[in-house]
Design a protein around this ligand. Structure first.
Ligand SMILES: Cc1cc2nc3c(=O)[nH]c(=O)nc-3n(C[C@H](O)[C@H](O)[C@H](O)COP(=O)(O)OP(=O)(O)OC[C@H]3O[C@@H](n4cnc5c(N)ncnc54)[C@H](O)[C@@H]3O)c2cc1C
Length: 771
């Protein structure tokens, strides 16, 4: 979080090479008052220099991707997982797919390029090499559908590669290497007589020779006029080439949105910039990498320029915001090109010099790996955690309050940023409550609550008629920096309590706490937050009838829900007593606390976080309806006190015991590995007491203990379903919440003490990590 008020929003769109490097630089020297946001259409961005190596089988998918979410979390940069669909330079807003636009003061574009698919039929019948995610998916399918190696009696598949640039050549040779021994014929289709237009003759000959030596059929002078189903290539001169698969690696082209937005673009649709990388038509917009074309010094679309532009882009954005002079980027006329030839061999070309060898591949491999590792081996950021002395002081204070902070003083956000269960119980007892869920009633009566209201919506009146009013309040501090998504999750989180008691949400009051910022930034933030809250309220048909905003050091969202229930069919506080043999069902995987604690230390994987955020952002109304329709005896949402704490609460007062099978408890991808590696929410110690009270807890390993005590944000429902109805119920639940699982059984009355007990059983999953 920024300590200084935010007065400028810099929005980066696209996690290409320039932006990834810029973020790394920015993290080392952030500009106070400036908020940096990255909008990316995915959490993992591919490093295309290593894509051919991935196709050839030399690198895993992980090795060729940069984890942008992890990078941004480490750098303190807001990350928004969304695809840009357009922009309005006058309003200074960026349009996003399936969510509201966001505003900017400076916009920087680094969205790369895609192969030119303007040849009729190409978009329908060819697989373009970019976007890389789509290409990699298709490549897997191609491999899977081929007969096994050795079955070479007949050609099972003709694969064509269209495009004679370095990318096309490398992909062709990688495919050849990967499919060695398979019944495949490879075709390289090019418009000219030689590949690598613009490179020295020696390099062009070396590439052509390498392809022919590999047995590739080279179709020179083949100017593709159209692509037909099959796919079949038709050339301008009438030639025809029938293929089984067609990979499209032609020259780069730009998207439609820059032109549609009125930005100055070149003939291929790329944003035209000056030497400072600023749009020549809209100086608050910058463009680097493939998406930009420098007006006076246009250069080839190559990653090397995107990389070299990064420091200039970084310095110019800062200088622009500070009113200082900008500096130009001067592209080199020629640059070293290293092209892999499938096996661990490569061709190097620069100017008139061309060499090839295994050592060239090792050289390229070192350069590429070093690039990607810059984003994996992120240095510790001392400023983001408390200095040891202050962390020590915090620990003393927390321990004396019965709540322990993490050893480095890190405080969790989300549901982890609340007072521990035991402390809360103590405070509530003193106040007159007996139960966190209010099952034993609140002090005072809600009957006849009528208050005046005014234009400013400072107060609201609800007239429930004969119905019961069910109210619940919840508050979350931001556990990640995307305000729209966070507000949506906070709203769903707050809704959980109302849903568990079968009440229909009617209206809500909202309290927003925003970090200090100037009016413009504040307005943007407010609108994103309200849109996020509204996205849930609209789905639920709930009206927002009031609220309040405040400034504070951390973004927070709090909601009070008013819900109605019909007194005729509603017996207040009447959860039904579970019986022996009943099933204990959990509808959502646990592990959000561990994941986001890991994220704050840059230990968590971005794709795991993105998957968790996606899960947390799903509405669960239909899930509770389904539980109730299948006769759920009692239900709770699993939130801040963790699975163990909420299970204890669910069974409290019923004098029954449950047996939980840890192997069946669904866990979010990545959470178990993070827990095993020592990541914990700062609420872990407070929640742990509930785990320690479980029979069998002594046999738990660290990861299981952490997961059982892990506070959940927008967690699933824990419910007791009658024996005999669980099969159908589980099928129905899984169609709504695919991770739903029966995690245990009710094992009958507890005779001795008259209180509940929980026994743990079962083997832990054999694979550390995801289930
Ligand atoms: C097979 C192959 C091999 C190559 N090898 C080399 C090489 O060895 N050396 C070299 O210099 N060049 C190489 N290139 C060229 C290189 O890939 C590009 O020039 C380079 O990737 C451009 O980098 P960039 O930063 O402009 O964008 P990219 O690296 O393409 O990144 C753009 C990012 O923006 C995201 N994005 C796109 N649109 C949107 C949107 N609307 N909203 C949000 N996010 C969006 C994308 O998902 C992606 O994450 C190769 C190309 C190919 C195809």
């Amino acid at each position: 979080m920024n300590a200084a008020p935010i007065v400028r929003d810099v929005v980066l769109v696209g996690g290409g090479h320039s932006h990834a490097l810029l973020i790394r630089r920015w993290a080392m020297r952030p500009l106070p008052g400036v908020r940096l946001t990255l909008v990316s259409d995915g959490v993992m961005t591919p490093y295309s220099g290593m894509l051919p190596g991935h196709v050839a089988g030399h690198y895993t998918a992980d090795e060729v991707h940069i984890d942008l979410l992890r990078l941004c979390t480490w750098a303190g940069v807001r990350f928004i997982d969304a695809r840009m669909t357009g922009l309005d330079p006058r309003a200074r807003t960026v349009d996003l797919d399936q969510r509201p636009p966001i505003g900017y003061d400076r916009l920087s574009l680094d969205t790369g390029s895609t192969p030119d698919l303007s040849v009729p039929g190409a978009a329908d019948h060819a697989t373009p090499v970019k976007p890389v995610s789509g290409f990699v998916r298709r490549w897997r399918t191609i491999r899977e559908r081929l007969p096994a190696a050795g079955d070479t009696d007949r050609v099972a598949l003709d694969i064509g590669v269209v495009g004679s640039g370095a990318g096309g050549f490398e992909i062709l040779m990688a495919v050849h290497h990967a499919l060695a021994g398979r019944a495949v014929a490879l075709h390289w289709v090019m418009r000219g007589e030689r590949p690598l237009d613009g490179r020295h003759r020696s390099a062009r000959t070396a590439a052509l020779t390498a392809a022919r030596d590999a047995g590739v059929e080279v179709h020179t002078g083949f100017d593709v006029e159209r692509v037909e189903a099959g796919p079949v290539l038709r050339a301008v001169d009438g030639r025809r080439l029938a293929l089984g698969e067609l990979l499209w690696c032609t020259g780069a082209s730009g998207p439609d949105w820059p032109r549609e937005a009125g930005l100055a673009v070149d003939e291929r649709g790329f944003v035209v910039t000056d030497a400072m990388l600023r749009s020549v038509s809209h100086p608050s917009v910058y463009a680097s990498g493939d998406i930009g074309t420098q007006r006076d010094t246009p250069s080839a679309k190559a990653g090397v320029h995107a990389v070299r532009q990064a420091p200039v882009l970084h310095d110019n954005l800062r200088a622009d915001l500070l009113g200082e002079p900008l500096r130009p980027y001067r592209p080199q006329r020629d640059f070293l090109s290293l092209m892999a030839t499938g096996e661990r061999h490569a061709i190097a070309s620069r100017g008139p010099f061309t060499v090839a060898g295994d050592w060239v591949w090792r050289w390229k491999d070192r350069i590429d790996r070093r690039f990607v590792q810059r984003f994996e081996r992120l240095p510790a950021m001392p400023a983001r955690t408390l200095p040891p002395l202050l962390a020590g002081a915090l620990r003393v204070r927390e321990e004396s309050a019965g709540n322990r902070a993490a050893p480095d003083g890190m405080r969790c956000r989300g549901c982890g940023a609340k007072i521990g269960s035991d402390l809360l119980q103590e405070a509530l007892r003193a106040y007159g409550h007996r139960d966190h869920d209010g099952r034993d009633g609140a002090t005072g009566s809600a009957e006849g609550v009528l208050q005046g209201t005014g234009e400013a919506r400072d107060v609201s009146i609800i007239a429930p008629g004969e119905r019961l009013v069910v109210q619940s309040v919840d508050q979350l501090s931001a556990l990640f920096d995307d305000p729209w998504h966070f507000a949506r999750i906070a709203t769903l989180h707050a809704l959980g309590d109302v849903l568990t008691v079968r009440a229909r949400p009617h209206s809500a009051l909202l309290l927003l706490t925003l970090p200090p910022a100037d009016d413009v930034v504040q307005r943007r933030e407010l609108s994103a937050l309200l849109d996020g809250v509204g996205s849930v309220l609209r789905e639920q048909g709930v009206r927002l009838i009031g609220g309040h905003t405040a400034e504070g050091p951390q973004l927070q969202v709090a909601l009070t829900f008013n819900a109605f229930a019909d007194p005729a069919s509603y017996d207040v506080g009447s959860a039904e007593r579970p019986r022996a043999g009943d099933a204990l069902v959990l509808t959502r995987p646990i592990g959000t606390g561990v994941l986001f604690a890991g994220a704050m230390r840059a230990h968590a994987r971005g794709d795991d976080l993105a998957a968790a955020i996606e899960t947390m952002g799903r509405s669960q109304t239909a899930v509770t309806d389904c539980l109730h329709a299948h006769g759920a005896r009692c239900t709770t949402d699993v939130t801040g006190f963790g699975l163990a704490g909420h299970l204890e609460r669910l069974l409290a007062g019923f004098d029954v015991a449950a047996r939980v099978d840890m192997a069946k408890v669904p866990v979010l991808a990545g959470a178990r590995a993070l827990a095993a590696a020592g990541n914990r929410s700062s609420l872990f110690e407070a929640n742990r007491a509930a785990v320690d009270r479980l029979d069998g807890s002594a046999a738990l390993d660290d990861a299981d203990t952490v997961l059982l005590a892990d506070p959940q944000t927008a967690g699933g429902f824990l419910s007791v379903l009658p024996a005999g109805r669980t099969g159908k119920a589980l099928d129905a639940l899984r169609s709504l919440a695919p991770d739903s699982a029966i995690i245990g059984t009710i094992i009958g009355p507890v005779e001795a003490s008259g209180t509940h007990a929980v026994t743990l059983a079962g083997e832990r999953p054999s694979r550390i990590g995801d289930q």
